[in-house]
Design a protein around this ligand. Sequence first.
Ligand code: NAD
Length: 480
Amino acid sequence: MSMQPVPITIANGDGIGPSIMQATLHILEAAGARIAPETIEIGEQVYLRGQTNGIDDSAWESLRRTKVFLKAPITTPQGGGYKSLNVSMRKALGLYANVRPCVAYSPFVDTKHPNMDLVIIRENEEDLYAGIEHRQTEEVYQCLKLITRPGCERIVRYAFEYARQQGRERVTCMIKDNIMKLTDGLFHKVFKEIGEQYPDIEQDSMIIDIGAARIADTPENFDVVVMPNLYGDIVSDVAAQIAGSVGMAGSANIGDQCAMFEAIHGSAPDLAGQDVANPSGLLHGAVQMLVHIGQADVAEKVHNAWLCTLEDGIHTADIYKQTVSKQKVGTMAFADAVIARLGKTPSLLSPVSYAQSTPLKLPTPVRKAPAQKALVGIDIFLQWQQGEPAELGQKLNALSRENIKLQLITNRGVKVWPTGFPETFCTDHWRCRFLSPTENLDFAEVLALQTRLHDAGFDVVKTENLYTFDGEAGYASVHG
Ligand code: NAD
């Protein structure tokens, strides 16, 4: 084990960030963490001096060199052209796995779920967080949901490897593939494929709506839960909150080369500058960081001292309850209380051991051999306000040709032509599907069709090519 201090990058963040960072570093130093922090500035100050992505080039340099980042929460200005720096950093540094343990500390922290001990493993780079959004018509806005096979494979394998390493028994996959059959369908399919390589681990899947409801109701029935980005973002906040306080859970953002550790909560501007925030979320992120840099001994010491502090009833305001708490303390006094307990192990709460927790090394993903891809048609999206679906169908039919024919028209995904209900509300955004009767459609024919539409005065706002892959449709079918 190296005794050399490990260079890490830290950012104090906004709102309660500087105060919980100070408390966390104070504890790490007292515990003997062998780290050499270098501070970068990110967040509100950087946004306000005109850098709309919230980070300077010099900060990227530090992050890419140290490859380890302990980050306090930052404020993302609402509205305007500001990008979420959290999302940008996760994507730019390839931090694909977001690991969020949510544990109850009953009876010392009030919760309706005393036996809760689950870990949410959230895909961190894809899904609706790609930030690809467009306004297409007067009335319609679009956000693109991107799910990739390598992305699913990495996160699902991470979840199974994590479960195996941590001695956890079950991995549950949560998706919405009854509706999003291709995107969430792929996540689910990959879960089943990779799951076959882990027969020692129980596995099941749930549709996200009932899954989220069950986590909120009986979280003690869950162990490791893996899900796409948006569901994981929402459900992990719910899980952290019902475990006791959103102020207590930490999160590790793991990539092949870099890793970022943080609290799951935000900058809580309402509590800034009052020395009342709970530093435990960031401290838990820091504990995960110590394990990541090979200092499991220090991680264990800090975590056990923190458990002793909870047991002794020394609580910040967010978890203070007259019936169980003995002393309400501020951020720095809480840190001092943890420091005073370094070297002790809890007597009622289970002590932690990080002996088995080395950073996971996943096998290099093997890309599948490319499928036979054939162009079979095109979905053309039009802005059209003039009249009834039947009229549009008639006009577009006239622009069909032998090898590319209008098959159907939908409005907000509902079929309105050749059949449909007059009750269906129609907006100004029409998806017109043209298909080829053969599997050898030439792209030139698709372009020619668009030219005919344009020449006929139609406003083409977007197109989506329709392919088959090894004969299987790469587009959702339309019913109704
Ligand atoms: P938030 O998590 O900052 O705060 C919500 C509420 O939870 C607070 O009002 C506070 O009552 C409580 N809380 C949160 N952390 C606490 C702590 N450590 N101790 C005690 N109580 C705590 O969520 P928000 O108000 O929606 O967001 C505020 C800002 O934070 C926004 O600008 C948002 O974009 C940003 N944000 C940043 C991150 C991040 O940096 N990772 C994550 C989420 C939100």
